[in-house]
Design a protein around this ligand. Sequence first.
Ligand code: BTN
Length: 321
Amino acid sequence: MKSKALIELLSDGKVHSGESLAATLGVSRTAIWKQIRRAMNEGAEIATIRGRGYQLVSRVDLLDRAAILGGIAAESRQELSLTVLDEVDSTNAEVVRQIAAGTSGIPVVIADCQTAGRGRRGRVWQSPRGENLYLSMGLTFHGGFGVLDGLSLALGVAVANALERLGVPDIGLKWPNDVFLPDGKLGGILVELQGELEEGVVQVIAGIGLNVHMSRVEGVDQPWSSLARARPDVDWSRNQVGSAIIDAVLDVVSLFSDVGFADFREPWQRRDIFMGRPLQARGGEVEGVGCGIDDAGNYQIRTPSGVVPVRAGEISLRAVS
Ligand code: BTN
């Protein structure tokens, strides 16, 4: 947000005169007026109170690097290289750039908005400014690509753990990478593999998009939900949600590096929204009932001729209504 400093000043909800805002920010009153217009174009609701000044009427939930770091467990904090951006093409792409530039520590990027947010299967991830969480982490694993089986599902468990700790009820996981609430999709995870850095050392970019405040969006073709919808009684902070997710991902990655997917099968399956539901895959070639995942994280459909495993990326899984 170009007018972030102004919004920060207004975020106490009080009326501020143009003169005092100009003095604090060291700019002219005309510049303040221009910033007010820009902030309003970017979605902020600011009332002009005649003869008194400006008052922010809409909610603001600004990203704050120090607040995000402060919410992360102390022992993890020093391992991270956290960048908080006003705007970026894609936080996943930014992590790739940071790795190429030789960033030390685990690169983590959070942005207020994305201009080219990526979803799975080449889809666009709508990323409106100020509304949601767009977060990516660069994770390193040893043992070659073979050790990554089930990683994206384990990351789903991490996100569910974080949200449950924050008091969100009824979190479900939809194979392979979606986070669900009963009324629709809450978030998604995009795992992108980088090449092998050196023999057996693989780098993975884990991108997490989570609807926090979003109340309307264009171009989304399925039911969606948000944290604000699930718990309207909570004053949601993207900083707090970001810290909780980073912490949970680091916990999961540490366990996953030690034991692989084995320990995540049960916690994933417990939240499986397809369990026991009639499903079809491969364009209707496979029909049956969802019966969870196997040890490698493939989805299983119980058909009259036996259990058929379905691999991620191969097909899409659809509930039969
Ligand atoms: C999905 O299709 O469900 C996965 C969506 C993943 C979106 C996130 S937002 C942060 C990161 N940056 C991106 O460009 N995509 C991921």
